[in-house]
Ligand binder design. Sequence first.
Ligand SMILES: Cc1cc2nc3c(=O)[nH]c(=O)nc-3n(C[C@H](O)[C@H](O)[C@H](O)COP(=O)(O)OP(=O)(O)OC[C@H]3O[C@@H](n4cnc5c(N)ncnc54)[C@H](O)[C@@H]3O)c2cc1C
Length: 386
Amino acid sequence: MEHDLILAGGGLANSLIALRLAELRPDIKVTIIEQGPTIGGNHTWSSFGGDINEVQRAWTAPLFEHRWDHYEVRFPGLRRSLAEGYGSATSERLAAAVAKALPAERIITGAPIVAITPDSVQLADQRVLNARGVIDGRGQGPTKALDLRWQKFLGQEVELAAPHGLTGPVIMDATVPQLDGYRFVYTLPFGPKTVLIEDTYFSDGNDLSVDLLRRHLADYAASQGWTITRIIREEAGILPLGIGGDIDKFWDEGAAGIPRVGLAAGLFHPVTGYSFPDAVRTADLVASLGSLDSATIYRAVRDHSVRAWRKRWMYRLLNRMLFLAALPDERYRVLERFYEHGDDLVGRFYAADPRLADWRRILSGRPPLPVGRAASTLIRYELGLM
Ligand SMILES: Cc1cc2nc3c(=O)[nH]c(=O)nc-3n(C[C@H](O)[C@H](O)[C@H](O)COP(=O)(O)OP(=O)(O)OC[C@H]3O[C@@H](n4cnc5c(N)ncnc54)[C@H](O)[C@@H]3O)c2cc1C
């Protein structure tokens, strides 16, 4: 079998590339290789309505299982509903879309990759596949070049004895006891009696005690007056949040000339850890390239990732306030203060597309932390003292 382009790793970013190419460039022979038993693993990928544009919303529409036209946030001193759409795509739908878009023999699962070059992929069973283009989308790897903190969570999709009464997602319920950094519970109502509840932490460390978080989820359900009758599914995640780093060094840590996408390319929102919108944009970028050889793709995605990283420096500054300047039990105040802004500003913030005036508004007014402590933390970080 011949291959024009091999997608190494059948996760979010590479699957979206496969879908976009199948739609716009059906002549390209694309093969996707995944170590797990299915494409896309076991995930729910959510995003805000304004994160992607109309065209992107249209081509990703089949991936979405749930959509809402508003969402809510809850803090000790603020509770509000925002008139911004929110939606959840699922790995089952992603796998089904890829299965529809590519011939079955071009979807290789249960096949760990052991080596990649710009024009070949070697599998654990010794097979070597060759192509003019190879894209590495194998997810987050270790890095010394980026300064990261973590969003850790355990989620359970549960069935309740009686309707939960929610009309839309609760993106952050930070009225819960603040433990291990900034803690909040995230809730998505999938059906009248079905709900995904995630116990989430913005933490300094990337350890996760699943048993403890299971107890917290049970306590939260009880505090809402919900009786869980069945746990349908469980998902855990430890997502990177950026506080600093050198994006060029990050790229130079990887093998030269092998294009990377998704988390492997540092393409995630520094404050939320979301990568769905970035993965959609990357798929559009790859599909727009004149030639799909590794050198061309590498130049384009590296350039795109470096520009996106640099453009997001203010987010990393905000994270420094959150993780370094705020005491752990003060962190919620930074977010609470942020949610006092209008729906439009919040929407642009999540879409990683804020205006200069937005930053002025975010950083002005009543500060959530003592100004002296915030300023000295930022200066000490710049001087490499922390
Ligand atoms: C539980 C969870 C929930 C999340 N929820 C959201 C959300 O709601 N919204 C959002 O925007 N982001 C979310 N994220 C964050 C982010 O979007 C995901 O981590 C996203 O899947 C990253 O995309 P990716 O393509 O870089 O990597 P992945 O989707 O992780 O794909 C990498 C793939 O490569 C495969 N692979 C790795 N090594 C090899 C190998 N040697 N050989 C073959 N295959 C290999 C893996 O098995 C995996 O399937 C979530 C993450 C997790 C873990």
